[in-house]
Design a protein around this ligand. Structure first.
Ligand SMILES: NC(=O)c1ccc[n+]([C@@H]2O[C@H](COP(=O)([O-])OP(=O)(O)OC[C@H]3O[C@@H](n4cnc5c(N)ncnc54)[C@H](OP(=O)(O)O)[C@@H]3O)[C@@H](O)[C@H]2O)c1
Length: 333
């Protein structure tokens, strides 16, 4: 049996993924002990994976070697198993390959069997997945947001950010978002119901932030020049939870805040956090997220692209800001 997959041939420049990745076909090797085979129904597009495509060795994950399949979170049914606890027909999520079929070591890939009764399985990528865990952890633990505090989230109409603003609200905070563009502004304000939104692509984002007033928590998905704008508008003893630095991922820049002295002047705490560090908390985080999701209090719009061959178009949306909510590739199964 052969399998189509996206092979990494070169390190991409910017968002030119077509020159770097190639859709190829190869026979499937026999399963090794401990491995499972997943027929992927959905691929999760995650901005953080862009860093794995660079050659940098000092990231939180080593670079993906050239010549292998692109790695990312996948969702699908087990079709073959040589791993205890996994049987054909199980719905699973794992770090697999951008492919029709993923072959993974069940332990190393973090594969977990999912409850098939969740009505929309895509939720296992969004509210009930890594984005949900990250948003909840970042707001509550790293950001230490308290009821009544003012929480600002960047890339707030993206998968992680849209959950972070809603979770801030659910925890009794006043939620604000930073987004790029008017349609995202309206979505966040009118559909999600945040207190206020700043459009950083609109006129004078600094003045928009001034109107908003000071913030106690900044859940930052972006870094770059926006971080400077926010540093000068944090309340004293505020917390900055550094979730991601998407402003750097395709430009190759490194965020180096000019306004760093505000950390002392305003007695701020800045702390990065990374979801694999709290993977063991996954079941407890999922239980809380699921209760909110099933009550209709935690929603996620999906930006769905059909077909493995269109994966690169879907992926690029994360870096051009073309998405509202979770970007997913739906495969023909
Ligand atoms: N720490 C962790 O464990 C963890 C886990 C998951 C995700 N993350 C981080 O969360 C962030 C969001 O990831 P995601 O997968 O959920 O993607 P996403 O938010 O769905 O999509 C990325 C969004 O980033 C914004 N963006 C892109 N380039 C930008 C730039 N130069 N300046 C400002 N905004 C820009 C775009 O929205 P606009 O139109 O608003 O610009 C885009 O929609 C990433 O930084 C990622 O690394 C971290």
């Amino acid at each position: 049996m052969t399998n189509r997959f996206w092979r990494i041939d070169r390190r991409p420049e910017g968002t030119d993924f077509a020159s770097a990745l190639t859709l190829v076909e190869a026979p499937l090797a026999p399963l090794a002990e401990g491995e499972i085979r997943i027929r992927n129904s959905h691929l999760s597009m995650d901005a953080g994976t862009r860093m794995w495509l660079t050659a940098r060795e000092d990231g939180y994950q080593p670079p993906l070697p050239l010549g292998i399949a692109m790695t990312g979170l996948v969702l699908g049914e087990v079709v073959e198993s040589r791993a205890a606890g996994f049987a054909p027909g199980d719905l699973v999520r794992a770090f697999g390959q951008w492919a029709d079929v993923s072959t993974v070591d069940a332990v190393m890939s973090g594969a977990i069997v999912l409850d098939p009764s969740v009505a929309d399985r895509r939720a296992w990528f969004g509210p009930l997945g890594m984005n949900g865990w990250t948003a909840l952890w970042g707001v509550e633990q790293t950001g230490a947001a308290k009821p009544g505090e003012r929480v600002l989230v960047s890339a707030a109409a993206g998968a992680t950010g849209i959950l972070a603003v809603q979770i801030a609200k659910l925890l009794g905070c006043e939620a604000w978002g930073i987004v790029g563009g008017d349609s995202k502004w309206r979505y966040l304000k009118h559909e999600i119901g945040v207190t206020g939104v700043v459009d950083y692509k609109g006129s004078n984002p600094g003045a928009q932030l001034d109107v908003a007033g000071g913030f106690d928590v900044y859940f930052d998905n972006v870094g770059g020049p926006l971080l400077d704008q926010v540093l000068t508008r944090m309340n004293h003893y505020g917390r900055i939870a550094v979730c991601g630095l998407v402003a750097d991922y395709t430009s190759g820049t490194r965020t180096a805040p000019r306004e760093f002295d505000q950390v002392l002047m305003r007695r701020l705490r800045i702390e990065g956090f990374f979801s694999p560090d709290f993977m063991h908390e996954g079941p407890a985080l999922t239980a809380r997220l699921r209760a909110w999701h099933e009550a209709g209090e935690l929603v996620m719009p999906y930006d769905v692209t059909r077909g493995l061959k269109n994966a690169l178009t879907a992926y690029a949306k994360l870096f051009t800001g073309a998405n509202i909510g979770k970007v997913i590739v739906e495969l023909d199964t």
